[in-house]
Design a protein around this ligand. Sequence first.
Ligand code: ATP
Ligand code: GCO
Length: 233
Amino acid sequence: MLSAGERHQPSVTPAVASSKLPHIMPDLEPNSKSSPSAMLSKPTDQSTVQHIWIVTGPAGCGKSTVGNGLSNELGVSFLEGDDYHNKSNKDKMGNGIPLTDEDRWDWLISLRKAAIDALSPSESNNFHRPAGVVVACSALKQKYRDVMRVAAYGSPSVQIHFIYLKLTEEVLMQRVSQRQAHYMKSDMVRSQLQALEEPKGEWDAITINVEGSQDQVQQRVFDAVHKKLEENQ
Ligand SMILES: Nc1ncnc2c1ncn2[C@@H]1O[C@H](COP(=O)(O)OP(=O)(O)OP(=O)(O)O)[C@@H](O)[C@H]1O
Ligand SMILES: O=C(O)[C@H](O)[C@@H](O)[C@H](O)[C@H](O)CO
């Protein structure tokens, strides 16, 4: 039974919880002041909550387009996940070689750190505490989303949300093939869809059907985000 202000944290996949992975889980002693259970019991003043909005989905689904628009709508910064891939990953994808889990861990960890850093007052936000940050990150598998979820662990004033952009393979192929000068070509789309684990049943994920014009999709996303913010009031 959750008390007021307490939030259920989704269980992390065993792969993420196991020690085999690079150090991606915080060393929180059980029942310490900063352990998730202790922190979760503290009611959160919603006006101080900072939201991390992660726009997810396969290459070409519209993460950058939607993410940029959402960051403008919310008046927060936007982080382009592609910018955090190292050269090796970009070369692999540009050569039509799908990334592996091992290729993605460091990328996800650096993107998560950037998202956390974006929540701090800085010159870029006139030293005000931002309301949140928008991140474009494919986060194809649940264990990748679990790596990003760690950003909210140990801090009840940070809430993470996944906005999954859902579309058919046909529409996805159309968009990627029409796109100019991008290293991800249409033959890579199938590997993205093969790796994709839709966030069904993940309570912090919102699924948006993104078939329609950019304006229609953008408004659908804005409506879902504002509804989520009102729910948290
Ligand atoms: N609703 C839409 N209708 C038609 N085209 C769209 C729509 N949204 C985005 N696009 C176009 O689809 C292409 C892919 O969009 P975008 O780059 O935002 O996807 P992405 O998920 O960020 O891709 P990647 O992960 O490969 O960077 C772009 O050419 C973009 O202009
Ligand atoms: O995990 C991955 O395979 C990549 O992040 C892709 O999903 C991105 O869309 C790619 O960066 C192209 O932009």
